[in-house]
Every structure is written in C-alpha cells, then in structure tokens.
Design a binder for this molecule. Structure first.
Ligand code: NAD
Ligand code: UDP
Length: 330
C-alpha cells in the first residue's frame, strides 16, 4: 500500500525550507518540480537530488506566469531573512503578491491544491501572546519589515479570495522561526549568525538587550507540518500556525549556542532594528487537533545538527573553522 504518486511543484525549492521539502516529497515517491530564481537559494541545496529521475529543476521568477502541469503546488518562493527581504523591498512585495497571483492562476487552471508558506510576521509585533490564528495582528504598513509582512498578508487575502470566488483548494501555513542545515550562512538570521560567529570565535551580535523572544522549530518538524497540512481534506484551509511553542530570549539562545559549540565568543550588544517584534510564540492547538502534528526535535538536538552543518561548511572553505573553540570536535 504505497502513496499515490503525484506531480508536485515547489516554488522556492532551492532555498532552505524548499530543498528539505523537495527531499521529503521525493522520499514519499512523488515527482517534484523545483522552481527557483536563486535569489537566496543555491544549486548546492538540491545538487544531491539532481540524479533522481523524479526530480526536475527550473530557473524561473514567480513574478512571471508559469505554464506547467502539476497536481499540487507548495508556494515557498520569497526571501525570508530580514536582511535579504529588505535588500530589494519592492521585489519582495512583488514576489509575495504577483507570485501568489501567478501560482493561484496556475492552480485554478489545473484545479490543483495549493499551499502558501505564510509567516508569523502576519501578526507583526503581537499584542496577543501566544499567537492564535484568530488574532489579526499588529503590523506597521510603512516600515522596513512591511514589504515582507504586508506582502504575505496580501498573499493570504488572495488565497482566501480564490478559495471563496473560485472554490480553489487552499492551505495556508503560518510558519514560525525555523532553523537547521542549509540555512544560508550569511542570511543574517539569528541562528545562522550566532552559530557562524561562535564557530569563528567572533563576538555574538545581540540586537537590543536580547530580551526579545522567539520560538525555534527544527526544519524536519516544520516540513512534517507542511506535508500534514497539504494531506488534510478540503475543509481544512488554515491558516494554521506551524512552529515550536518553546519560547526563549535571544540572549538565552546566544548562551546556548556558546555552550554547544564550546566557543570562546563574547556577547556584543547592537541597536535593535526597527519594528523588531518583542515576543513571538505560536499557539499550536489547531495544528495538534487538525493535523495531528506537533514538533518533536528539542532545541539542543536541532542546534547540534545545525552546528555540525555549519562546521562542515567552514571546513570546506577552510575559513576560521574551530577558531573560537576551547576544543575542536573531531
Ligand atoms: P530562503 O530564502 O532560503 O528560500 C526562499 C527561496 O525562494 C530561495 O530559494 C529563493 O531563491 C527563492 N525565491 C525568492 N524570490 C523568488 C522569485 N521571485 N521567484 C522564484 N524563486 C524565488 O527562505 P526559507 O527560510 O526557505 O523560506 C521559505 C518560505 O517559507 C518563504 O516563503 C518564507 O517567507 C517562509 N517562511 C520561512 C520561515 C523560516 O523561519 N525559515 C518563517 C516564516 C515563513
Ligand atoms: N537577532 C540578533 N542578532 C543577530 C540576528 C538577529 O539579536 O545577529 C535578533 C533579531 O533582532 C530578532 C531575533 O534575533 O529579535 C530573530 O531575528 P531573525 O532575523 O532570525 O528573525 P525574525 O524573527 O526577526 O524575523
């Protein structure tokens, strides 16, 4: 009794989450078409999948129409790190909004099921804690984060309008901070920054006092949540929070990374970026009940695997590996 093999499009498939998703879907016996413009994604992320006859990669920008034949679409294309999405904010909004219109148009023509990788950023700097899906959010429409936050909010609007107006089968996942191997080492996100800094023995850059909180989900758990959401019946549209509800301060994260790497790095405090959310933690009651899903990987274990990955990257480049450690692991 195997799964029914389907042809699945993953936009942003060469990115951090996308590459893990492609791998998971291929492992389940599906045909996977990975579409990416390589803005933040890398060919290296999917190089190990290239020999698989069920896998295909296409360079394409989702702000332009796409004509392919598939049964399901996971729409992940969009830079996720604040540094990257603020680099070309107009393009970020276009990717979220035009990209959603193009992928929804494709899904409508094909009558395909489509999942949107939305984000906890739709809650902005939340005044409700932990965040439940019925909270409408507290978002600055004209700040530096708005290109991403409002782009993703508009994409959610489009998904629900296509659902109501064209009876499209939609799934909206609100993803909370996720980390793991294949994060871009220079993407500026907190886990990649801290681990790279610790491994190189550089100062760990804490923005603000480090009292702001986040809740970190390991990538394997997250991918399990996305696939579980896609597999639900048509009545489940979401939005559904997918993330790990274990909350910690950024300072605590820095201290844990130092402990796990055995680094001699010190902490430095830098200005807090504008509109940086003060607190973030998903309420995952809906994911538990509707998907039968919850995260399983503890932060210490996930971080250890992530540290091994970044250590390997530094080893390949020969730049500063182990420089900051009391003891370099074998
Ligand atoms: P990522 O930057 O590693 O991946 C995004 C991918 O999309 C990259 O491969 C990039 O090249 C591609 N892309 C960007 N613009 C494109 C365009 N116009 N056309 C085609 N491809 C394009 O980021 P990620 O962490 O893998 O995030 C994937 C998705 O999940 C994003 O939509 C992001 O908003 C969402 N998300 C991620 C997190 C997280 O913590 N990782 C949290 C919330 C939401
Ligand atoms: N952060 C930090 N130092 C860094 C990078 C990030 O203190 O080197 C903080 C950032 O200000 C935010 C949190 O870590 O409060 C998470 O940042 P990230 O960019 O990973 O994602 P966000 O949740 O803000 O989108």
């Amino acid at each position: 009794m195997g799964v029914t093999s389907r042809r699945i499009l993953v936009t942003g498939g060469a990115g951090f989450l996308g590459s893990h998703l492609c791998e998971r879907l291929l492992g389940a016996g599906h045909d996977v078409l990975c579409v990416d413009n390589y803005f933040t994604g890398r060919r290296d992320n999917v190089a190990h999948l290239i020999g698989n006859p069920r896998f295909e990669v296409m360079r394409h920008d989702v702000t332009f129409p796409l004509y392919v034949e598939v049964d399901e679409i996971y729409n992940l294309a969009c830079p996720a790190s604040p540094v990257h999405y603020q680099h070309d904010p107009v393009q970020t909004t276009k990717t979220s909004v035009h990209g959603a219109i193009n992928m929804l148009g494709l899904a409508k023509r094909l009558r395909a099921k489509i999942l949107q990788a939305s984000t906890s950023e739709v809650y902005g700097d939340p005044t409700v804690h932990p965040q439940t899906e019925d909270y409408w959010g507290h978002v600055n429409p004209i700040g530096y984060r708005s290109c991403y936050d409002e782009g993703k909010r508009c994409a959610e609007t489009l998904f629900f309008d296509y659902h109501r107006q064209h009876r499209l089968r939609i799934k909206v996942a609100r993803i909370f901070n996720t980390y793991g191997p294949r994060m871009h080492p220079q993407d500026g996100r907190v886990v990649s920054n801290f681990v790279m800094q610790a491994l190189r023995g550089e100062a760990i850059t804490i923005y603000g006092a480090g009292e702001q909180t986040r809740s970190f989900c390991y990538v394997d758990d997250l991918i399990g949540g996305l696939v579980a959401l896609m597999e639900t019946g048509d009545a489940v549209t979401g939005p559904v929070n997918i993330g790990n509800p274990v909350e910690m301060t950024i300072r605590e994260l820095a201290e844990l990374v130092i402990e796990l790497t055995g680094s001699r790095s010190t902490l430095v405090f830098e200005p807090l970026p504008q509109d940086d959310p003060v607190q973030r933690r998903p309420d995952i009651s809906l994911a538990r009940s509707a998907l039968g899903w919850e995260p399983r990987v503890a932060l210490r274990d996930g971080l250890a695997r992530t540290i091994t990955y970044f250590d390997g990257l530094l080893g390949q480049s020969g730049s500063g590996r182990g420089a900051g450690r009391e003891q370099v692991r074998a």
